[in-house]
Design a protein around this ligand. Structure first.
Ligand code: PGA
Length: 261
């Protein structure tokens, strides 16, 4: 894992967007795994700016979203279809047929999940997977106790996740859908690169466990310790429970020094 600690989430978004831009310039048909939630919003803004101001071309890009609630319509203001349109898809030139978001209204969920996995393989696999992290260490909607080898499937959300997401449903926990489709941890682990973003003190414990704790299904993000190319981008607050902060900062400073030589 490469740990990059920055003063604020703006710098994190800038670095993440540059990683994606550079990959896209090298490979115009990049396959992106995308996340929803408050964390990646600044990243999407930065990518939209690169598209509008610098002509960054997404026309051959294919995207796969991590997850979607089950049983709310696509048009629901809190569906992840709505989120992605609002924050990203409506502002860049990714063709609609290349955008894949788990379908919350699929009649046969099992067949849908299998087809979603097959579509990722057909696209050549995910090049860069953007990830947020739950306060309990979940990635996607792979909740605590998820098999570390899990694939795309239907899951029930934990109380912790329902409570965290209630803010988007008028602070009414009973309005948050209890089930979701998520790509699996095994699926995420097949991405060539993972970018895990986190900011704010509410994530510091989850980050410390994921980065420096034991690998366990009780902290799904901890499996990323075994991923060959994961970059963890966090602000100072999210880094506040890490033991090796100074080492991570020195390592990143040395990397930048090498790059500028
Ligand atoms: P957040 O959610 O970005 O809204 O904090 C992250 C997550 O729960 O995965």
């Amino acid at each position: 894992m490469e740990i990059i600690i920055q003063p604020s989430h703006y710098q994190l978004a800038a670095i993440a967007s540059e990683i994606i831009r550079d990959a896209l310039l090298r490979k115009p048909n990049l396959v992106l795994g995308l996340a929803t939630g408050s964390t990646p919003i600044a990243l999407y803004k930065a990518l939209v700016r690169m598209h509008k101001e610098n002509g960054l071309d997404f026309s051959r890009v294919t995207t796969f979203n991590l997850d979607e609630y089950v049983d709310i319509p696509r048009e629901h203001p809190q569906s992840y279809h709505t989120f992605m349109a609002k924050h990203f898809f409506d502002h860049v030139n990714i063709s609609v047929e290349n955008q894949h978001i788990p379908q919350n209204t699929a009649e046969n969920h099992e067949a849908f999940c299998t087809a979603f996995e097959e579509a990722i393989v057909r696209a050549g696999g995910i090049d860069i997977q953007v990830l947020g992290i739950g306060t309990d260490g979940h990635i996607g909607f792979n909740e605590v106790g998820s098999s570390l080898a899990s694939r795309t499937r239907i899951v029930t959300l934990t109380e912790n996740t329902l409570a965290a997401n209630a803010i988007h449903f008028g602070d009414d926990i009973s309005a948050v859908p209890e089930m979701a489709i998520t790509i699996g941890i095994g699926t995420i682990m097949e991405a060539k690169q993972c970018l895990l973003l986190a900011n704010s003190a509410s994530k510091s414990e989850a980050i410390a466990k994921a980065v420096e704790g034991p690998i366990t299904s009780m902290v799904p993000a901890s499996i990323l310790q075994t991923h060959p190319n994961t970059v963890v981008l966090i602000d100072e607050s999210a880094a506040s429970d890490l033991k090796e902060v100074e080492y991570y900062k020195r390592s990143y400073a040395n990397k930048l020094k090498l790059q500028s030589q």
